[in-house]
Design a protein around this ligand. Structure first.
Ligand code: ADP
Ligand code: ASP
Ligand code: MG
Length: 405
């Protein structure tokens, strides 16, 4: 007998038939003699609609009220699954985040889980009841509902698995595992039987939304036995595991892309000590995370500075930069929100040379201009024009020998 957490995403609970399918997948684990906790997302599209309502209500809305609105989608699906399980003769009950309780910090709309009280759920599970827990939500120190950022029910599931000391955490979704890149864009993408926590963390943070970044961080920290698999097909998925558990290592194991990027260039910036702090300080104070940065060679005491930031933060960043125009001393500002960040990821990069060079030459052969580059130990990212996304992903996928054979 094992203790397991099963998480089902939006497409897996998109309508009543799909929730019935979920009930069957839960029943299978119960029938196998396992103790089961289930974490659900809202029906696909629902959270987007709820976010849109908030944006329609006010441009600068109160994040506490945003959380009150957007957390409702999950309450519908957990209740429905509990009813369906009960009607199949399986004892079950739904849990809202505050009922568990799942305690978070007070960062409304992007809260972090601080602690999960498991006593009640553990004793109910031991008595044979399935706990159906609303993903994406918790309760803040102010006693109000919080949400964990988009895609946050992955994190709810992994955190619950860690807190319950579960033997497995299975993430059921609309793809049958983690692929070398988004299979919806590159048809030749290959399913990875295993991926390291580190690579998965980079892939998630660089745009592969199959798992929320924080869920991978948490799985890595608490050594959660994490698997991504399909809700629709009963086939093995992808195991997220330690590097030692992977026999065949590729130099590049995945390619990710993120459309959530914008680029700003400041031209004619006076090149003197402290200028970067003058520009990036006020952006940081306004919670705007700058990502890639390049500074051109200085000419006659002036330079150009280009950087990227989340696309959603561009209007606020432009506002901040306009206000500091005189102190920052730049001549001209240009910006673009039609750029995309493409990244290659692989632990093998630590020991192989020439990996980045292959990326640059592959893109050059396709006539794709690289706007900004950044690297770390196990990834190389480039910023390119959005219109070349598919072309770049497919070309790189082939160049690194990742295409399905
Ligand atoms: P859920 O609603 O189940 O949480 P998501 O839409 O959040 O599902 O995540 C699954 C999607 O992630 C897939 O449909 C796929 O398009 C996308 N995706 C992006 N990169 C990858 C990748 N490397 N492997 C698998 N899926 C990926
Ligand atoms: N329903 C939430 C969202 O759409 C959480 C999730 O699906 O993980 O972001
Ligand atoms: Mg998701």
């Amino acid at each position: 007998m094992a203790r397991i957490v099963q998480k089902f995403g939006g497409t897996s609970v998109a309508n009543m038939d799909r929730i019935r399918n979920v009930a069957c997948l839960v029943k299978k684990e119960v029938d196998a003699g396992n103790q089961v906790a289930v974490v659900l997302s809202a029906m696909s599209g629902v959270t987007n609609q709820l976010v849109a309502y908030c944006q329609d209500a006010a441009q600068l809305y109160d994040p506490c009220e945003y959380d009150a609105v957007v957390s409702t989608g999950e309450q519908v699906t957990v209740g429905l699954l509990a009813i369906l399980l009960q009607s199949m003769g399986i004892p079950a009950r739904s849990w809202a985040g505050w009922q568990v309780p799942i305690h978070t910090d007070d960062a409304h709309s992007r809260a972090r889980i601080v602690n999960i009280e498991t006593d009640q759920i553990l004793s109910r599970m031991a008595a044979g009841e399935v706990s159906v827990v609303a993903g994406f939500q918790g309760i803040g120190p102010d006693g109000r509902v919080t949400t964990l950022g988009r895609g946050g029910s992955d994190t709810s599931a992994v955190a619950l698995a860690a807190a319950l000391d579960a033997d497995r955490c299975d993430i059921y979704t609309d793809v049958d595992g983690v692929y070398t890149t988004d299979p919806r864009i590159v048809p030749k993408a290959r399913k990875l039987p295993r991926v390291t926590y580190e690579e998965m963390l980079e892939m998630a943070s660089l745009g592969a939304k199959v798992l929320q970044t924080r869920s991978v961080e948490m799985a890595m920290k608490y050594r959660v036995n994490l698997q991504v698999r399909s809700s629709f097909e009963d086939i093995p998925g992808t195991l997220v595991c330690d590097e030692e558990d992977i026999v065949e290592k590729e130099v590049v194991s995945g390619i990710a892309y993120s459309r959530d990027e914008a680029k700003v260039t400041l031209q004619g910036v006076k090149d003197h000590p402290g200028v970067a702090a003058t520009i990036f300080g006020p952006l940081a104070e306004n919670n705007i995370n700058v990502d890639m940065i390049v500074q051109n060679v200085s000419e006659q005491g002036h330079t150009d500075l280009t950087f990227t930031l989340p696309r959603t933060d561009l209007p606020r960043a432009l506002d901040v930069l306009e206000k500091i125009r005189t102190v920052a001393g730049y001549r001209n500002l240009t910006h673009s929100d039609t750029v995309v960040k493409v990244s290659i990821i692989g632990v093998g990069m630590r020991t192989h040379a020439g990996v980045a060079q292959k990326m640059f030459s592959t893109l050059a052969e396709r006539g794709i201009n690289i706007l900004v580059i950044s690297t770390s130990e196990i990834k190389v990212s480039v910023l390119i024009e959005e219109e070349y996304t598919e072309l770049a992903l497919r070309a790189l996928h082939t160049a690194y020998g990742l295409d399905v054979h």
